[in-house]
Ligand binder design. Structure first.
Ligand code: NAD
Length: 485
């Protein structure tokens, strides 16, 4: 079954303690189709009281869940992985409907997001501490890993499945319970995921989902509660800072996956065609609405025009339209504000002296579309080079020396993804070591991989998702000192 029917009507509700139920006051809110602004369906609008009930359920389930055998937790994740893989089309179409991305892209996200469940199903049985002799002798040092306890997960609308599984997978593997609050624009995919995890055998109360229009109040109330031990947030840097401040009172452990301003460096020796291929992925994945999206193209002056022309040819050939229609390459942006914000950055860049090679405007509605756009000669200090664009616009700025390229790449408060195109090994090493970013893609436009530690530095946040590091975010360490004899 694909389309909206994939999510059963009874699942368009809160999921608390293993039950699907309405919000206390019966409130609901609408979920919109960004391709035309029409109403897709409604979901329950959780109040603070509902959220605290979800935490009650998570707290009540924690002790028993933390004691389950690691293999049992892994097997639940593995079963959920198999179920999602078998229903990939249903998940992809549902996600495309609420978020706008094409079904082909959504299938890519289902495959990627689902891999976190498989990866952490395998990691659940590899949680271990260590045993060592104290350096001076006389005692033995033992460390034990324990689940941190009930978690709150707040996720964004741009990757409705993957941003959830990156947190839910390791939390389940580690033995934590959780309350998940998806973005109000895209709650449906998370509800479908909760239904699958329940079907896979996840005990009641381990995962609770609250959909709400009151994100601020709900998060503040949950964070004020001393039963909540961990917060993992993916979203904008501004909201992330609010949540970090709120974590202080209860000293919650915090992971922050925040905004980015990825530089895409193309050196004079690069394979230009390969760089254009990579640029299409790094820029156009998710219509540019990705924290890892290439935001600033820094290209050596000897090849900047050729790179810009070739990129413009590819961008100009993309077909805009509804994500579920055949032949469509680029779906709508999430809402009207997104179109306005992208339009303002382009207008300002042109005012600052940039040249539009292709695109440069928003087509007439309905829907929230923006044309794939390439800008040449963008001044380094133009707003478009400083802010997260979150749309299908590629601003190109030329550089002359490696030092200039690195300095410009690092001239941002963000530090999430970065990309480098060069065929010179020594340069690759020098540049990768000099970039102040959590991730560096070399001759590739895609860095995300469930087996790798995803995360940022500076204002892009802290903590890592995926890789061997991912599960550590959900584990506390107890050290036990033992006498030697
Ligand atoms: P957002 O910060 O507006 O919203 C993210 C989530 O926070 C949503 O669930 C929202 O309802 C909730 N929220 C909003 N205000 C809140 C508050 N006061 N208290 C608690 N929760 C609140 O971000 P967005 O527009 O949904 O997502 C886009 C942003 O997310 C971009 O900046 C992007 O770079 C970032 N992002 C980062 C990563 C990463 O891994 N680093 C991945 C995807 C997106």
């Amino acid at each position: 079954m694909t389309g909206l029917d994939f999510l059963a009507p009874e699942h368009r509700n809160l999921f608390i303690g293993g039950e699907w139920r309405d919000a206390d006051g019966g409130d609901r809110f609408e979920v919109l189709d960004p391709a035309d602004g029409s109403v897709l369906t409604e979901v329950a609008d959780a109040s603070v009281a509902d959220a605290l009930e979800a935490l009650d359920a998570a707290a009540a389930a924690q002790a028993a869940w933390g004691r389950t055998a690691p293999r049992e937790r892994g097997e639940i994740l593995r079963r959920a992985f198999e179920l999602i893989a078998a229903r990939a089309d249903g998940f992809a179409t549902l996600m495309s409907l609420e978020m706008g991305k094409t079904v082909a892209e959504a299938k890519g996200e289902v495959a990627y997001g689902n891999e976190f469940l498989r990866w952490f199903s395998e990691e659940s049985v590899r949680i271990h501490g260590r045993w060592m002799q104290a350096p001076a002798g006389g005692s033995r040092l033992l460390t034990i890993k324990k689940p941190v306890g009930p978690c709150l997960f707040v996720t964004p609308w741009n990757f409705p499945l993957a941003m959830g599984t990156r947190k839910i997978g390791p939390a389940i593997a580690a033995g934590c319970t959780m309350v998940v609050k998806p973005a109000a624009q895209t709650p449906l995919t998370m509800l479908a995921l909760a239904a699958v995890l329940a079907e896979a055998g996840l005990p009641d109360g381990v995962l609770n989902v609250i959909t709400t229009k009151h994100a601020g109040e709900v998060s503040a109330a949950l964070q004020a509660d001393d039963r909540l031990r961990k917060l993992s947030f993916t979203g904008s840097t501004g909201v992330g800072k609010v949540l970090v401040r709120q974590s202080a009172d209860q000293l919650q452990r915090v992971s922050m996956e925040l905004g980015g301003n990825a530089p895409f460096l193309v050196f004079g020796d690069a394979d230009i065609d390969a760089a254009v291929d990579g640029a299409m992925i790094a820029k156009m994945r998710n219509m540019g609405e990705a924290c890892t999206a290439a935001n600033r193209f820094l290209v050596h002056s000897s090849i900047a025009d050729e790179f810009g022309r070739k990129l413009a040819d590819r961008m100009g050939a993309l077909k805009l339209g509804r994500g579920q229609d055949a032949g469509v390459d680029v779906g709508p942006l999430i809402d009207e504000n997104a179109v306005e914000s992208v339009g303002r950055l382009v207008t300002d860049a042109v005012h600052d002296g940039a040249k539009v090679v292709v695109g440069g405007s928003a087509p007439a509605g309905p829907g929230y579309f923006y044309e794939p756009t390439v800008l040449l000669n963008v001044p380094a200090d133009s707003a478009i080079n400083k802010e997260e664009i979150f749309g299908p616009v590629a601003p190109i700025t030329a550089f002359d020396t490696d030092e200039q390229a690195i300095e410009r790449a690092n001239a941002t408060e963000y530090g999430l993804a970065s990309y480098v195109y060069t065929r010179d090994l020594a340069r690759t090493i020098r540049v990768a070591e000099s970039l102040e970013f959590g991730m560096v893609g070399v001759n590739t436009g895609l860095v995300s991989n469930p087996a790798a530690p995803f995360g940022g530095v500076k204002h892009s946040g802290f903590g890592r998702e995926g890789g061997f590091e991912g599960i550590e975010e959900y584990l506390d360490t107890t050290y036990v000192s033992l006498p030697a004899d």
